[in-house]
Write a protein that binds this ligand. Sequence first.
Ligand SMILES: [Zn+2]
Length: 241
Amino acid sequence: MHKNRMIRRLALTAFSVFVAGLAYASSGGAPGVSPDEALQKLMDGNKNYVENKLTNAARSDAATRTSLAKSQKPYAIILTCSDSRVPPEIVFDKGLGELFVVRVAGNIPDPVVLGSIEYAAEHLGSPLIMVLGHERCGAVTATVESKGKSTGSANIDAIVKAIEPSVKPAAKDCEACKGEKKCAESKKSDFVECVIDANAKTVAASLTKKSKILKHLAEEKKIKIVAAKYDLDEGTVMLFK
Ligand SMILES: [Zn+2]
């Protein structure tokens, strides 16, 4: 074997062993926190936020930073929108090291997002995944307004395309529309809310279909996946059943 190739192969083997070791060392993850307990922690923190009694600053101090410098065990993964009004650490009253957050306009999963979630669920042992949509989401509004046409940006079109599968189910189930055919125009703001709900639920349900790792962890009851919506006016997070 050529010397350089041999060195490269040895280096690759060493890297694989290192990665496998990491996976083994951290497979326990978030010790002692069950999926339901993690969810309760989120909802309790949201109550603090709604009541204007935030405590997270105390858990984001220098001592906490130092204690977390070498490792992390976040007990919840949050996939939410990039919207500046929906920062999970604030709306759930959490400090450093508690949440593994993936934010992208419209809270939609592409392979990079899925890979990020898989990493936290499998290697960091986070037992809960929450897909969090929010009121008056700009990405969903853009999708409803595009009506299948290009937005003028191939990149924004990619976001719209990912949200589009939720438009039809929303039209069917939207209570505000009650079967009205042109609801997307006549009651646009209500319709947008219905698509936001459908999108969060669709994305949550799609995670185990798009990821073998998440499917396996869900089957083993090591993770729980929930969908929820953030109310911009009240600050409350509502869980979808
Ligand atoms: Zn949004």
